[in-house]
Design a protein around this ligand. Structure first.
Ligand code: FAD
Length: 370
């Protein structure tokens, strides 16, 4: 089957990969270069973790995702995952943490509570409030996102797949599987996938009530002298306290990439095509959150702040709909990258008739394994 894919972020690229593996013929279109630095998928690293609070279905998916990435590494001939483990921090009765640990138990995955002396010895860059606690979860890591996207694009090109850059799709005809390009051409296919990230609602405005673009800030930092080693190959950090609304995360300085600080508090505003230079207040907000989590928090030097856009749904579940003859998929709310290779495989299956749409939707919404 010939499948037109609109959007060459991780979802579009990985679906292209899975289609080629299954003997199909994808053709990809992106409004920018491929990979596109403005896409959600193109940052240096993204966390993969199995801790999902009460959303056990997503925990099951995350575990399956690890196996799917291995299939991708075998094809790419490169392993873009650094297994670092995850340090989970927060009040001992934090519901998200309690549910996450229960979910890990159901999956037979290890987690280790750390007492204060152990936390200080193993992770000297961490300083949390006296009433908070810490757990180490070995099954987690950092996916080298921009390298994955670049290698996927290379892999597809090497197999003769057409990757159309600077090729915005302006319409998905309702009556037949095809895409209409800004230059007036219409490209026919047997199936169409819209994987447009934060721009999805431009082509399907009806989804505007359910998909909210959200401007987010991440900050690459240099740790204070003496804490570099703790960040180098350190764990992914998640610090959560639902009572205060704190959700701070950090990625370690692995594979030559600087440490990155961010939050999971949605701004629910902004335009992905507007000026992206991070504002001083946005950077200060992230550094302010870090003071709840990090030792010597004022000693971090900002190397590079970045603005990234994603779409958020009300319950943070992924969304899929049929729009005319196209399949629309939005796997984001700030947690979609970790599923990339697995999403590609399942999305290729539903596009080519190997998986029923309702089963796919239930899985994508994190309900199948729950
Ligand atoms: C700050 C931040 C931190 C995150 N952290 C994590 C994390 O730690 N772990 C995790 O798992 N996930 C994380 N995510 C989420 C993850 O990055 C996204 O879920 C994922 O990258 C979405 O991929 P996508 O392919 O759906 O969209 P995108 O990567 O945005 O790709 C969409 C592509 O579609 C193209 N496009 C759009 N419209 C058109 C059109 N009309 N014609 C042609 N091309 C079009 C765009 O140019 C773009 O290249 C984070 C996201 C952000 C922004």
């Amino acid at each position: 089957m010939r499948v037109a894919i609109v959007g060459a972020g991780i979802l579009g690229l990985a679906t292209g990969w899975a289609l080629v593996r299954a003997g199909h013929e994808p053709v990809l279109f992106d409004r920018g270069p491929i990979p596109n630095p403005l896409a959600s998928s193109v940052d240096r690293h993204r966390a993969i973790r199995v801790t999902y609070g009460a959303e056990h279905g997503y925990a099951v998916m995350a575990l399956e995702a690890f196996a799917a990435w291995e299939r991708l590494w075998a094809d790419l001939g490169a392993r873009h995952l650094v297994e670092t483990g995850q340090l989970v921090l927060g009040p001992p009765d934090e519901p998200w943490i309690e549910a996450s640990l229960a979910s890990l138990d159901r999956l037979g995955l290890a987690h280790e509570p750390l007492d204060r002396p152990t936390l200080a010895r193993r992770f000297p860059h961490i300083r949390i409030p006296a009433e908070h606690a810490a757990w180490f979860v070995p099954k987690a890591g950092a996916l080298l996102a921009d390298r994955i996207c670049a290698d996927l694009a290379r892999w597809l090109r090497a197999r003769g797949v057409e990757l159309h850059e600077q090729a915005p799709v302006v319409e998905l005809p309702a009556e037949r599987p095809a895409v209409r390009l800004a230059d007036g051409r219409t490209v026919e296919a047997d199936a169409v996938l819209l994987a447009g990230g934060a721009w999805t609602t431009r082509l399907v405005p009806a989804l505007g009530l359910r998909l909210q673009p959200s401007r987010q800030t991440v900050v690459y930092v240099r740790p204070p002298p003496g804490l570099e080693a703790a960040w180098r190959d350190g764990p992914v950090l998640t610090h959560k306290d639902s009572r205060t609304g704190l959700l701070f995360y950090a990625l370690p300085a692995v594979a030559g990439v600087a440490a990155k600080l961010g939050d999971h508090q949605f701004t629910l505003g902004g335009d992905p095509d507007a000026e992206r230079t991070p504002r001083a207040a946005e950077v200060e907000a992230i550094l302010g959150l870090a003071r709840h989590t990090l030792a010597e928090a004022d000693g971090y030097a900002v190397l590079e702040p970045r603005t990234c856009f994603y779409t958020v749904t009300e319950d943070e579940r992924f969304l899929t709909e049929r729009f005319g003859r196209a399949l629309v998929v939005s796997a984001c709310s700030g947690h979609g990258f970790k599923f990339g290779a697995l999403l590609g495989e399942r999305t290729a299956a539903v596009l080519t008739g190997g998986l029923a749409f309702e089963a796919y939707r239930s899985w994508l919404e994190g309900r199948a394994g729950a």
